[in-house]
Design a protein around this ligand. Structure first.
Ligand code: HEC
Length: 144
C-alpha cells in the first residue's frame, strides 16, 4: 500500500510537470504571428498543431498525451494499460457513459477527470482514444 502510494505521488508530480509544460507551451507571440503569415501554409499548420488549443477543443490524443498517458501508458498505480484488451474488456462493457461516470468522479488511484482540466467533450474523446486502442469501437463525441 505504501509502495502504491509512492508510485501514485510520482505519477501525480509527473502529471503536474506535464500540465505546466502544456500550459507554458508556445502560444504564438506577435512575432510568431508575423512569421506565420510569411511562411507557407504547410508550416503554419504545424505551428497551429503545436500551440495549446482553446479549452474544449483538444483532441482525445492531445489530452491523453498530456495527462492520461502518465498513468495509462505504463499501467502506473494499477491503471489499466492502454492497449491491454483483457484489462479493458470489462471496462469497455460499461459503455462510454459508464466510463465517463467513473472518469468524472475518479476511481481509486485515478483523480477526478484523471487529474486533467478536460471538459466533458474532451474527457469523452480521451476515453474513446484509450478504449479504442484497447479493443473498444466507441464513436468520438461531436464537438460542443
Ligand atoms: C494518476 C494516474 C491516472 C491518470 C493520470 C489517469 N488515470 Fe485513468 N485510471 C487510473 C487507475 C488507477 C484506474 C483504475 C481504477 C480502478 O478500477 O481501480 C483508471 C481507470 C480508468 C478508466 C476505467 C474506469 C472504469 O470505470 O473502470 C478510464 C475510462 C480512465 N481511467 C480514463 C482516464 C482518462 C481519460 C485519463 C486522462 C484524462 C486518465 N484516465 C488519467 C489512473 C489514472
Amino acid at each position: 500500500m505504501v509502495h502504491l502510494h509512492i508510485r501514485t505521488l510520482a505519477a501525480a508530480s509527473a502529471l503536474v510537470l506535464s500540465v505546466s509544460v502544456f500550459a507554458m507551451g508556445a502560444r504564438p507571440k506577435a512575432d510568431d504571428e508575423g512569421a506565420n503569415k510569411r511562411i507557407a501554409p504547410i508550416a503554419r499548420v504545424e505551428l497551429t498543431a503545436a500551440a495549446p488549443a482553446a479549452a474544449g477543443s483538444r483532441s482525445g490524443e492531445q489530452i491523453y498525451k498530456a495527462i492520461c498517458g502518465a498513468c495509462h501508458e505504463a499501467g502506473v498505480a494499477g491503471a489499466p494499460k492502454t492497449g491491454d484488451k483483457a484489462a479493458w474488456a470489462p471496462r469497455v462493457a460499461l459503455g462510454l457513459d459508464g466510463l465517463m461516470k467513473s472518469a468524472i468522479a475518479g476511481k481509486n488511484a485515478m483523480p477526478p477527470r484523471g487529474g486533467s482540466d478536460a471538459n466533458d467533450v474532451e474527457l469523452a474523446r480521451a476515453i474513446v482514444y484509450i478504449a479504442n486502442k484497447s479493443g473498444a469501437s466507441f464513436k468520438e463525441p461531436a464537438a460542443k
